[in-house]
Write a protein that binds this ligand. Structure first.
Ligand code: CMC
Length: 427
């Protein structure tokens, strides 16, 4: 037996094996704990709990390191493309030129959705949030492909993966078009993945949309930065839901819903709303920072803090620089970027944030860039979902390859002891 940890309980000593990752992180394997002692572990919020071994993404939150399949996020953001990163995450290695061409071609040819699928959107109110629409639509994809839903059949899985990667931009743009009361645009497969998405969002049948290369490149990079982040809330949701052997569409739909919350991906929308409300209410950055620190106030400094990063989120560092570059090449002056930088500076000097190791996260600057590019605010979290999709898929695939058992946490019951039913007339 390798290294172990010892647990003393009721006069007995139990040895628990240690598991070590390729970057030296260690875990106590509690797999036999209950059968050996009757004890379970308790860790609400899972701050100390590893749910799986994974070869996909490495994060060192203390040092601010993020790597996909071993490649530093900085190198991928600078040199790669979103489809190449998607291939990397899903397949494990960077593609050869031929592999990338075949993958891209397959995604390109699956961009359209069934004509009847569009009717799904007309059942939704105009002001439906596009995240709710996307979660519903992705779940509904399963109804259109009943012959390729088996997670144990590799050909069915492959086609579902390609369909989903190809169709989510189409679905996302339809969610937006529906909210605008505009006709849906067909995909134009001559365009790039991102160019096509922009065309479906912003063109109309009477007005062509010229894809701006600056915007296209910036969005591609944003998607790369969001592509995976190991066992976060939405990814853990995809794995947990997927462990029931539900099809890929069902698991990803659940992941989209998990991402929507303001403590997770929904924070990017909340950041911009926070910056706008500071501007509208005429607050100073200092006043807002004081509010975010106060126990009596429910407002947090959105876009700050992270469960894993106790240092600057490396994605935020890239986005801070990119925000300046994109805004200057689009010729946009942004009051919101100024407020964001002021908030950051004040928070980084403040003991409250310092003691709690709260730094800007990926959502802090992304919204400023999306906004400057003309992306509607309620689409920000959808952009996050578009980016996170290959990561969710890679994690779902890995979970099945590892033949993980159904996810089923235990609990400590703290409710009433046994009591007996009293008929309504006697209560
Ligand atoms: N502003 C003010 N105080 C904060 C903030 C913040 N943004 N974040 C954490 N704190 C405080 C919190 O009040 C608590 O203080 P105390 O110890 O006095 O009670 C302490 O810091 C620890 O906070 P926590 O909520 O226990 O930490 P957590 O690891 O459970 O939560 C978080 C992490 C990201 C949910 C949280 O930092 C947060 O709500 N941040 C704002 C929302 C946000 O930006 N979310 C995006 C996360 S990154 C992208 C993604 O993964 O989706």
């Amino acid at each position: 037996m390798g290294q172990t940890a010892k647990l003393h309980y009721e006069g007995k000593e139990i040895e628990l094996p240690l598991i070590e990752g390729s970057e030296g992180e260690k875990a106590v394997d509690c797999g036999q704990l209950r059968s050996a002692t009757g004890l379970i572990t308790m860790d609400p919020g899972y701050g100390n709990t590893g749910s799986c071994e994974s070869q996909i993404t490495f994060i060192n939150g203390e040092e601010g390191i993020l790597r996909y399949r071993g490649y530093p996020i900085e190198e991928l953001a600078e040199n790669s493309s979103f489809l190449e990163v998607s291939y990397l995450l899903v397949n494990g290695d960077l593609p050869s030129p031929e592999e990338l061409a075949t993958f891209t071609e397959s995604i390109r040819t699956h961009t359209m959705v069934h004509e009847d699928f569009k009717r799904l959107f007309s059942a939704l109110p105009k002001d439906a949030h596009p995240m709710a629409a996307c979660a519903a639509a992705v779940g509904a994809l399963a109804t259109f492909y009943p012959d390729s839903l088996d997670p144990r059949d590799s050909r069915q899985v492959e086609i579902s993966v390609h369909r989903l990667l190809a169709k989510l931009p189409t679905i996302a743009s339809y969610a937006y078009k529906h909210s605008m009361g505009q006709p849906f645009m067909y995909p134009d497969n001559k365009l790039s993945y991102v160019g096509n998405f922009l065309q479906m969002m912003f063109a109309t049948p009477c007005e062509k949309y010229e894809v701006d290369p600056v915007i296209q490149k910036a969005i591609d990079m944003l998607l790369i930065l969001h592509a995976d982040h190991e066992q976060n809330c939405s990814t853990s949701t995809v794995r947990l839901v997927g462990s029931s052997m539900v099809n890929l569409f069902g698991a990803i739909s659940a992941g989209i819903s998990a991402l929507w919350g303001p403590r997770h991906g929904g924070a990017n929308q909340e950041v911009i709303e926070m910056l706008e409300s500071i501007a509208e209410e005429g607050l100073t950055a200092k006043q807002f920072v004081e509010r975010a620190k106060s126990n009596d106030d429910t407002s947090r400094l959105m876009g700050f803090g992270h469960r894993v990063y106790k240092n600057y989120d490396p994605r935020a560092r890239i986005l801070r620089k990119s925000a300046h570059e994109v805004l200057s090449s689009l010729g946009v002056q942004s009051k919101l970027l100024e407020i964001a930088m002021e908030l950051e500076e004040l928070a980084l000097e403040d003991d409250y944030f310092g003691e709690r190791k709260l730094y800007p996260n990926v959502d802090f600057y992304s919204g400023v860039i999306y906004k400057a590019m003309g992306t509607p605010v309620n689409m920000f979290t959808v952009m996050f979902a578009l980016g996170r999709l290959p990561g969710w898929i890679a994690q779902w695939l890995e979970m099945h390859e590892d033949k993980q058992r159904i996810g089923r946490p235990r609990q400590i019951y703290t409710g009433s002891a046994e009591r007996h039913y009293v008929p309504l007339s006697n209560r």
